[in-house]
Design a protein around this ligand. Structure first.
Ligand SMILES: [Zn+2]
Length: 365
């Protein structure tokens, strides 16, 4: 197969906060948003169903994501902002229902996937594509909760599972479970109880956004499957200071646990100061291929890396490498991997197979 699995996209956030309809082309969305006030702080859309088809994106780990009010400047606040865990819970539920509605109303374009049977049926549609034609097939969505603030009690886990969440990333900023991006701290007592309960229910743990200390604790403790859905290596981003990208210690701990890391082709995670020194035109997708290569070199194989684009996750057209106009351009990354000597089979590992095998192994029958 020659398809893509994208391990991180904040679709529901954009649907509810900005009114984006991903059944439309990204170009139509851009036209409709030209005069919208939020364009003062939001980039142009990268995603739409026609562009998914051009890139052959067959599967997406689609997130629930809302932000604590303290992390967002007052003039940039939208409807997906919370002050309390109860509010976070409401927003996350609404976003999950938005995926259910999309899947129910437009099953030829988007389909929520919760079981192995559904995944197998979905992949059958994507098998044996005619390479000379753009497919017209549904994109499979698998639920990923980014930030566990909305989990009010561990008793809720079976309900989130039932509704389709299969992956949980405890952190975005810090919360009562864990230290997070820009807000360091360990895994708390509540956090330890959360990850233990997640493992018991069979969720995948996504350590993206966890502070290094908390991530190392969670990786060490977790008995289930672990990923970093969207994270790059810190040491390749010259001058990077912060706790969002992965240290080598985190990478080694992830590799030891057979985890998969989704590399993010977004400029902020590829080169510091890109805005001031040349802008979008100065950042090449090659830097994302170098991130992939560094993970493969450390692992000694191509089995531990994939793509987690985070496209439209607060960044868009203006903040991704020069080669990317929409997600239809995602396959261009393979040109760089080929130049680096990757074989067709290794490129398939990276494009989809690693994350696909992982999710296949955790979905219920
Ligand atoms: Zn994120």
């Amino acid at each position: 197969m020659n398809i893509f699995l994208d391990a991180h996209q904040d679709l529901a956030y954009n649907m509810l906060a900005l009114g984006r309809d991903y059944r439309r082309s990204a170009f139509e969305t851009r036209q409709r948003e030209i005069d919208k006030p939020f364009m003062a702080w939001t980039d142009d859309a990268l995603i739409g169903w026609p562009e998914y088809m051009q890139a052959r994106v067959a599967l997406v780990f689609s997130t629930l994501f809302a932000a604590p009010a303290r992390s967002i400047a007052p003039e940039m606040r939208d409807s997906q902002i919370y002050d309390t865990p109860q509010e976070a819970h409401q927003l996350y539920k609404q976003q999950l229902m938005a995926y259910h509605r999309l899947s129910d109303e437009s099953p030829d374009q988007f389909r929520l996937i919760r079981t192995q049977t559904e995944l197998t049926q979905h992949l059958e549609k994507w098998a044996n594509l005619d390479p000379s034609q753009t497919p017209q097939l549904p994109v499979g969505l698998i639920g990923l909760m980014e930030g566990a603030e909305g989990i009010l009690s561990l008793d809720e886990l079976p309900e989130w599972w039932e509704l389709g969440i299969r992956i949980i990333g405890p952190a975005w900023r810090s919360n009562r479970y864990t230290g997070g991006s820009q807000e360091p701290g360990p895994l708390t007592q509540d956090g330890k109880a959360l990850v233990d309960a997640m493992a018991e229910h069979g969720f995948v743990l996504d350590i993206s956004h966890m502070d290094e200390e908390a991530a190392l604790q969670a990786i060490d403790r977790y008995e289930g499957t672990i990923i970093a859905s969207h994270a790059n290596l810190a040491h390749l981003v010259e001058g990077y200071q912060g706790n969002r990208l992965l240290s080598m210690q985190q990478l080694d701990a992830l590799l030891e646990r057979d985890a998969i890391i989704g590399v993010v082709p977004c400029n902020n995670f590829l080169r510091r100061g890109w805005k001031e020194t040349g802008g979008k035109a100065s950042v090449s997708l090659r830097l994302a291929a170098e991130q992939i290569d560094a993970i493969c070199q450390r692992a000694g194989n191509s089995k531990h890396v994939g793509l987690g684009t985070d496209f439209d996750g607060g960044i868009g057209l203006q903040s991704v490498p020069a080669e990317i106009d929409t997600i239809a351009d995602l396959p261009k990354i393979n040109t760089f991997l080929e130049e680096m000597g990757y074989t067709a089979s290794q490129i398939e590992d990276i494009n989809y197979r690693n994350f696909l095998n992982m999710i296949q192994s955790v979905l219920p029958a």
